[in-house]
Design a protein. Structure first.
Length: 283
């Protein structure tokens, strides 16, 4: 049995770094010591969007949502790129996410086609950022410290059941020869078990896929709560990562509305955060 997980990520008090341009980021402290690696989990702090904010406040919505102007989102993405890499013109590659186990390789300076579907991105291309959008789902970033390959994975409950994290790491091994002992992973802000009540049918779906499913659910009063953080940590362990190579960077999106967008807490009207990772351009 894997060792117990760290303190529930939903209880972690996140203190984001505020970049010089005002963008708020959650970072993995140990990863900041790797000069070749770019990364960051965005928050809602900073930016120019006002669609989801109290009057007079602007925010860092990074998703092309129906309620926000495209120009705001484009500007916000430039702010995120600048906060992470120092250059607002750094390309950010994303996918049209479909809650799948599809993993796509971004292998050129042009990245992938904007209409490309999937929920995982890999690259060994320096100078670009790859990212996944979330507003409760779990973002997982992975870095191969030996081969300098990175991955960004989007795991809602559907993607978790489909093993998107395990599929992403398997694809890293296939495409780039990555070994699990060389991998570092970080799980970013998402809805915690404290707030994620689900139905019995969802527990049945997990029980049909994972022998440890019983450890992912807890009874809270009359309801059932699912721990997506632990579910995806267990997939990282199943893929061969060491427990000490897995970091939690963030908190519960529903518990901390001042920091994060939450689809559930806002009843479906929310902006999107971006979790990005990349390989620094050699100078």
């Amino acid at each position: 049995m894997p060792p117990p997980s760290p303190q529930s990520a939903g209880q972690v008090a996140t203190a984001p770094l505020i970049a010089a341009n005002g963008a708020g980021l959650a970072l993995v402290p140990d990863w900041c010591n790797l000069p070749w690696l770019w990364h960051g989990f965005s928050t809602r702090l900073g930016g120019t969007s006002r669609s989801y904010a109290p009057e007079g406040v602007s925010e860092l919505n990074l998703g092309f949502t129906a309620d926000d102007d495209r120009e705001n989102v484009v500007h916000n993405r430039r702010l995120l790129a600048e906060a992470v890499t120092g250059d607002p013109d750094t390309l950010i590659v994303t996918l049209r996410q479909v809650h799948s186990a599809l993993v796509v390789v971004a292998g050129s300076a042009q990245g992938v086609q904007p209409a490309c579907e999937g929920d995982g991105l890999l690259t060994s291309q320096p100078g670009i950022l790859i990212g996944v959008q979330t507003a409760d789902c779990v973002p997982v970033l992975v870095a191969d410290r030996r081969r300098k390959v990175v991955a960004a994975l989007h795991a809602g409950w559907r993607g978790t059941v489909k093993r998107i994290v395990e599929c992403g790491i398997a694809r890293m091994r296939l495409e780039f020869g990555s070994h699990p002992e060389d991998l570092l992973a970080a799980i970013g802000p998402a809805i915690g078990s404290c707030c994620y009540s689900v139905g019995e049918e969802l527990r049945t779906k997990f029980q049909s896929e994972f022998p440890y499913a019983g450890e992912l659910f807890q009874q809270v009063g009359p309801g059932i709560h699912l721990d997506l953080f632990e579910a995806n940590r267990r997939q990282l362990l199943s893929a061969g990562l060491a427990p000490e190579s897995i970091s939690l960077a963030g908190g519960c999106t529903a518990c901390q509305p001042q920091l994060f967008f939450s689809h559930r807490a806002s009843r479906g009207r929310a902006g999107r955060m971006l979790s990005v990772i990349g390989i620094a351009q050699s100078r």
